[in-house]
Design a protein around this ligand. Sequence first.
Ligand code: AP5
Length: 212
Amino acid sequence: MRIILLGPPGCGKGTQADIVCKEYNIPHISTGDILRDNVKRKTDIGLSAKQYMDTGRLVPDEIIIGMMQDRFSENDCKKGFLLDGFPRTITQAEALDNLLEKMDISLDHIINIDVPDEDIINRISKRLSCPNCGEVYNLLYKKPKKEMSCDTCGGKLHQRDDDKEEVIRNRLDVYRKQTAPLISYYKQKIKNVNGSKDIREVTMDILKILKS
Ligand code: AP5
């Protein structure tokens, strides 16, 4: 199964990707997670990407495309994959088309998760994540059992640097200008899901599409 999850920042791509990838036993490829790991390890990619990420701007296409070429060459991608946060511009979508053509494979599903801006700001400002294992929580909708501690690995939970309200508003603006045009780019194949429902209902709607 080869899937793209599209949608604005904070719409629930990462949350749903984790569930779907367990169900289909495919790798969850999140460009945001790969970039954050590079920032943490202070690699060349991380050092270049940090300034863009901290202000809610997109990391330049050439960095992302090179990074994804490497990721697709890894063995686990042979059984399929779910892309979360890539592509994010028309240039990245065209580069993905070329890569898929070279690998002689095609996409099975493109799903867009739709959520109004005010819900997104509310959600992201209450998001906490675990820097050790990547598990994501929410103080309103998915609380950790023990305050500020990860249920999975016991790591100390933190708020992402780009989850401050002014940065979130900029990310939404960038989404509208640079990423939303992908909805027309993929119009032949894209299916919309209402991401304002609760997490389990959104999962059921996505699984229904994947099984169709
Ligand atoms: P990235 O990490 O991809 O961030 P994003 O797309 O902005 O998405 P988020 O991770 O913020 O949210 P999400 O949709 O995964 O939602 P989540 O499931 O966590 O990118 C970060 C930065 O990296 C970018 O700004 C850019 O600088 C750079 N970057 C990344 N990819 C790039 C690319 N391809 N090109 C260029 N630059 C790139 O959910 C959010 C919260 O809501 C959580 O707390 C969750 O528990 C909660 N929640 C989820 N679903 C529901 C629900 N149904 N109801 C209530 N709460 C819910």
